[in-house]
Design a protein around this ligand. Structure first.
Ligand SMILES: Nc1nc2c(ncn2[C@@H]2O[C@H](COP(=O)(O)OP(=O)(O)O[C@H]3O[C@H](CO)[C@@H](O)[C@H](O)[C@@H]3O)[C@@H](O)[C@H]2O)c(=O)[nH]1
Length: 323
């Protein structure tokens, strides 16, 4: 059997990490791309061949495809959402949107049999008219991030229909892990719980504690994306747990893990405050459950506990801990 080879863009992110581990276990050759090799320290030691690729450079990608001859490509590279995205709408449009057209063109011109998976987002739904959201829910993005991701999402469908590519989009609801940074609320809360427990911090200022999200575990979601590329037909899928939780519940679980009551330490503040979503984001992943036989294995509390434990372990390995 020929060796399967996958390219993962955005290899330094949490999804890049979990997917690369899954693929390496299955005997794939894994090439990870990043815009800055300095951010990829350590990844080369875990069996991934990390290369630099500027997502604006279509010719460089075509050359890479001709050299490494991948059978699958997963596109995880993107600007993150969050308040900063309003400062960089053009850059977001280019990287989160146009770059996907560049990848599809490179596939079409070099080897149309390469299977392609795009990391789409529940931000496509924006202000949804129904809850939970499924593949047929109308897309109403309300941010530069969501608008750019919608362009990419539609281009994947267009290349599938027009050019017959095996190109699919995973409509990913929030998914987290110990590799999530503190710019995201789960990472911020897990880090703060560990810091407060060990005396490194005294309080945590968050945005809206009543905001709700459907939070899953990154490792589960990359497995689903791999299944999407092994399926007999190319199709898009919502990946979600179906359970929505508030930021308040997130704090409750995380602080309980370290034996504390979050109500004594957590406050709402203006800086991280975003307007409350009118309809809470919660995904209906029935299609993935039925057709891919996929189900998330890690539930909300286990994932939050895992993140807090990882933060405690990180502190344990550093010298500045006052414990
Ligand atoms: N980041 C952050 N969010 C906070 C805070 N306090 C409350 N929140 C609320 O927590 C929720 C989750 O915010 P994030 O963790 O920043 O994630 P996100 O904006 O939902 O985006 C993530 O999920 C999307 C999929 O739905 C992804 O597309 C996106 O890239 C990212 O992974 C939002 O409702 C936000 O208002 C805070 O201090 N910081």
């Amino acid at each position: 059997m020929t060796t399967r080879c996958a390219i993962i863009t955005g290899i330094t992110g949490q999804d890049g990490w979990y997917l690369s581990q899954l693929l390496l276990r299955q005997g794939y050759k894994v090439i990870g791309t990043t815009r800055d090799l300095r951010g990829a320290d350590g990844q080369t030691h875990s069996g991934v061949d990390v290369v630099q690729w500027d997502m604006k450079d279509e010719a460089a990608l075509a050359a890479l495809l001709q050299t490494v001859r991948p059978t699958e490509i997963y596109n995880f590279a993107a600007y993150a959402s969050g308040a900063a995205m309003y400062e960089e709408p053009v850059g977001i449009g280019d990287i989160n949107g146009l770059a996907v057209a560049r990848i599809l063109e490179a596939i079409r011109s070099t080897n149309p049999s390469i299977r392609f998976c795009q990391a789409s987002s529940s931000e496509l739904f924006g202000e949804p008219l129904e809850s939970p959201q499924c593949e047929n829910t109308a897309f109403r993005p309300r941010s530069p991030y969501g608008a750019a991701k919608l362009y990419a999402h539609e281009m994947v469908g267009i290349y599938r229909r027009r050019h017959g590519l095996f190109a699919v989009s995973a409509i990913l609801f929030n998914h987290e892990s110990p590799r999530r940074g503190s710019a995201f609320v789960t990472g911020k809360v897990a880090e703060a719980a560990a810091h407060i427990k060990t005396g490194l911090a005294q309080e945590l200022i968050l945005g809206n504690l009543d905001a709700r999200r459907d939070w899953g575990f990154s490792g589960d979601y990359v497995r689903a994306m791999w299944l999407m590329l092994q399926a007999p037909t190319a199709d898009d899928y919502v990946l979600a747990t179906g359970q929505s939780h508030s930021v308040r519940e997130l704090c409750d679980v995380a602080f309980k893990r370290v034996g504390l009551d979050y109500r004594y330490y957590v406050q709402e503040g203006e800086d991280a405050f975003r307007p409350t979503e009118i309809v809470p984001l919660a995904g209906d992943a029935s299609k993935a459950r039925e057709r891919l036989r996929w189900a998330p294995e890690i539930d909300f509390a286990s994932m939050v506990n895992m993140m807090v434990d990882a933060e405690l372990e990180r502190l344990d390995q550093t010298n500045d801990k006052p414990r």
